[in-house]
Design a protein around this ligand. Structure first.
Ligand code: ADP
Length: 480
């Protein structure tokens, strides 16, 4: 099992791929060159043999012509020369007369028979022919024999064996193969060495990451062997930095949660203890303390509820229940619900709808996000103030603006108010029943809708939150 895993790992490794690449780059050209060399060498030899054949044949033919051999063949010396030449080329010589009859054959097999082959006919017409038969391993040459009046009286057909050329070619092929095998072994050794060297920096990166991950917070790594490893190290360090920030914020969150949850419980304990410690407590005081205890319990459950909402929203694969929502109707419903709260402080609450807006959204979640904004606008307002909510849209986005005439937010806090448990004025937030999670929930919901939220405020004058959300929801869309 382990062996098999190791083998699979090796097959998929860069090491093996580099090795094979180097081998291919080294061996293929070598193989091509050696094949071309063997081929061109045998071609050369054939050409040389043909030239030699031609040269010797022409010399013999001129003697045949001189001695008028075609008319008188009883010339033993010339006949011997013909046979000698045929033997020399390990071939056969045939003389064909003008009637296409074979009048001389060094194999003594064809004499008296006719030879009306294409080559002989072509030659009688005045054109020499020569050809190489690779399968039969012979060269054939036809040359005309003239008489004194420049008439063609016969054709000289000579064939020469190329067996020796084939033998040399085979010998060459064998030597080439041996040289190739030696070269392949050498290249393999060099490739093995080079590929091992090339992957060494990557092994270093793995080792550095392994060592770094033994540290609980992880330590930055540096592998400067080549640009690629430098980049991997930088990317790793960046990821590590992000994880550290995430870890810090998680720790911060946990400590904030414990603190927030403890506060109401501490109050309840103080109130309860003071009732227990006193004797003969008047009923009115009991009632008053119990009312306070009840308020603290409400607060505790509000914090837990908000936390649960936030946790649900934070899950990476939070599913939105998307449908076509009439945003105008949704806004009207939200304002109707919050009107009693506004009236308590005589805050004027107005909705301006510039156009009908239909958009893809999770109505329940988006309602919660907008409710938080309007509720804050009322909570952090002044008595007799105003809150103006407006809805507008273009072909791509819809925009919700919540403006108030409230206490405002100092510029230094603009970036922080969306953090969990962050409050500009803790006392005021507590007094109004805030948990410090409202804006964090709002921002999460808007992000899930691939939207954006911005704040602008002037201290003592008021605050405006602007929300922008795409009208069509696309699952893979990058957050804006
Ligand atoms: P909270 O429950 O305290 O209201 P939020 O997350 O809703 O928590 O808001 C965070 C902080 O931002 C608030 O404590 C408050 O200080 C500030 N804030 C939010 N909205 C407004 C606003 N409209 N005007 C002034 N301050 C605001």
């Amino acid at each position: 099992m382990r062996q098999a895993k190791k083998r699979i790992r090796f097959i998929r490794s860069i090491h093996l791929r580099m090795f094979l690449l180097l081998m291919l780059v080294g061996v293929i050209p070598l193989y091509i060159v050696s094949t071309i060399m063997v081929y061109s060498s045998s071609q050369n030899q054939i050409q040389t043999r043909m030239a030699e054949l031609q040269y010797q044949s022409v010399a013999l033919i001129s003697e045949l012509e001189e001695r008028d051999y075609m008319s008188n063949m009883s010339q033993p010396v010339v006949t011997a020369e013909i046979e000698q030449l045929a033997r020399f080329f390990r071939g056969r010589i045939i003389l064909v007369d003008s009637n296409y009859r074979i009048c001389k054959d060094t194999y003594y097999m064809g004499e008296g028979k006719y030879n009306i082959s294409e080559e002989v006919i072509t030659c009688f017409a005045g054109t020499n022919t020569s050809r190489y038969d690779a399968e039969g391993e012979y060269l054939e040459l036809t040359l005309p024999i003239n008489n004194g009046q420049e008439e063609i009286v016969g054709v000289f057909v000579i064939t020469a064996s190329t067996e020796t050329i084939r033998a040399v070619e085979e010998q060459l092929q064998y030597q080439g193969m041996v040289a190739l095998i030696i070269a392949v072994m050498l290249i393999a050794a060099v490739s093995l060495f080079l590929s091992a060297r090339l992957v060494r920096p990557f092994k270093k990166v793995v080792r550095a990451i392994d060592e770094s991950s033994q540290d609980s917070v992880g330590s930055d790594i540096q592998v400067d062997d080549c640009v690629e490893t430098q980049r991997i190290a930088q990317a790793y360090n960046r990821t590590l930095a992000r994880l550290r920030t995430l870890d810090e914020s998680r720790q911060q969150f946990v400590s904030n949660v414990s603190h927030e949850l403890k506060t109401p419980i501490t109050s309840i304990r103080v109130l309860a203890d003071s009732l227990i410690d006193q004797e003969n407590v008047p009923v009115e005081l009991y009632r008053e303390f119990m009312t306070d205890i009840s308020a603290e319990i409400d607060r505790e459950s509000q914090i837990i509820e908000d936390l649960l909402t936030l946790v649900r929203m934070d899950k990476a694969n939070t599913e939105l229940n998307i449908s076509q929502v009439n945003i105008n109707d949704m806004m009207e419903a939200i304002l109707k619900r919050l009107r009693p709260l506004a009236m308590k402080r005589n805050v004027e609450l107005v909705l301006e709808s510039f156009r009908p807006v239909l958009a893809d959204a999770d109505e329940v979640k988006l309602s919660l996000a907008v409710t938080n904004l309007v509720e804050n606008a009322i909570k952090y307002n002044v008595d007799n103030g105003w809150v103006r909510v407006s809805l507008n849209a273009d072909h791509q986005f819809f925009y919700i603006k919540v403006a108030d005439s409230g206490i405002g937010i100092p510029e230094a806090d603009w970036d922080h108010i969306f953090e969990r448990f962050y409050r500009v004025d803790k006392a005021r937030s507590r007094a109004t029943g805030g948990t410090g999670l409202g804006l964090a929930i709002t921002k999460s919901i808007i992000s899930l809708h691939h939207g954006a939220i911005r704040v602008h405020s002037v201290e003592g004058e008021g605050t405006t939150f602007t929300v922008r959300i795409p009208r069509t929801y696309r699952k893979q869309e990058v957050d804006l």
